[in-house]
Design a protein around this ligand. Sequence first.
Ligand code: ADP
Ligand code: ASP
Ligand code: MG
Length: 451
Amino acid sequence: MIKVMKFGGTSLGSVDAMERTASIIGRDGAKKIVVVSAMSGVTNSLIGCIRDRPPIEGVLASLRDRYSSSAKMIMSPPLFAEYGEALDSSLDDLRIVLNARWKVAADPLLDDAISSWGERLSSLTMAYVLRSRGVDSVPLTSEKAGIVAQGTPGNGSADLDATHRNLRNNVLPLLEKHTAVVLTGYYGCDEHGRPVTFGRGGSDYSGSVVAYGTDADCCEIWTDVNGFMTADPRAVPSAKCIEEMDYNEAAELAYFGAKVLHPRTVEPVRRKGIPLMVKNTFNPEARGTLIRAHKTNGGDVLTSVAVKCDLSIVKVYSSEIVYQPGLISRLVGAISDAAVNTYAVSTSLSTLAMVIPTPAVDEVLRRIDSLGEQQVEKLTVKGNVSLICCVGENLLNVQGVSARVFSSVADIGANIEMISEGASDVALNFVVPSDKAMDVVRKIHSTFIGG
Ligand code: ADP
Ligand code: ASP
Ligand code: MG
């Protein structure tokens, strides 16, 4: 039995959290691959450093302090001394990367190397914390494991088959010798061995990729809430934990804003039918959420509602756009070439509307412009919109449900800017002004789930 357990930033964020995490990992003797994020706040501060370029020794000292102050409280002095040497050696490597980066104006691959450093320090630290509790464990970087990444720096994805081959050769033999292999989340390496991160929150995706690559029996995502909930509990305090979901539901919600899972987490485990669990490090006795191909319980009308913020609607006007051969595909192609996610598309006789992340708007306009399409008459941008994603397996096949959803939106006085219904079997998505989005989520939640 191989188990993959991914622990997020808060599960490593303090001495107490690290001890809880270690006791969860060590509570049975089963072999496990532990995938770790940076300690909470560390990735943000590394990304901030890339922007602000503070003195390098200060950056290294604060990282050393953040990690070693927790480690010191947990480890025996001899083990702590050994750990300290390994920590310093990792920070020496970071010094080299920072020096290289500070010399150039921009380098997205070096940025990814720097922003992934928290995961390297976490893997090292957690392996020593486990050793201090008698769990035979070894740290491992994505480079050494052979997690192969492709695509854009900052938003890469894994080459699953190449990773599968590498993990079988590099990780499974280690697991025969040790109880736990503690692996860095968040990034893989391109064909030249350079780190490419999987986007913010990417360690969940790493967990799923590693489960795929080792043919694991299950993949557990350990975080700071009891499981996948009916809404973000920070926005909807009455949100309830969902016991079971199917892959489709979880994938839609994650893609459209449920931060508990990175948007692409579901796909690797779904391909091999590996069950995905979401569990709470701070309440391990809670059942958590089981995500797999089929649910055993009958679905509620609404399983959960998520919101994706900071979006804009880009509208292209061209008379009879739908009859112009290839124009729509060239426009959509220009956006996908820029590696921009399009969250919704809608056409009318003379317009094409696309919902994209606001930070990508300038680049998208530039690319559309550079197509030099004579037929494009006008381009407009409407910012400050959010996409609400309602998911439930019966949402689209029970009559009158959409009407109830939209009447909840009307109760809030929010204008619906765009609707995307029917594209997915389980989701009803629509766009509203951002200042009304949270009220809409709360209203829909109280209408369908209660609280
Ligand atoms: P980690 O550091 O463990 O990866 P994250 O902060 O990335 O944790 O994700 C957990 C957070 O996701 C929760 O604290 C919660 O606020 C948020 N969240 C958003 N939507 C949901 C949801 N539907 N169910 C549970 N948590 C959610
Ligand atoms: N540490 C990374 C981030 O903050 C990855 C993760 O937490 O999953 O985005
Ligand atoms: Mg996360």
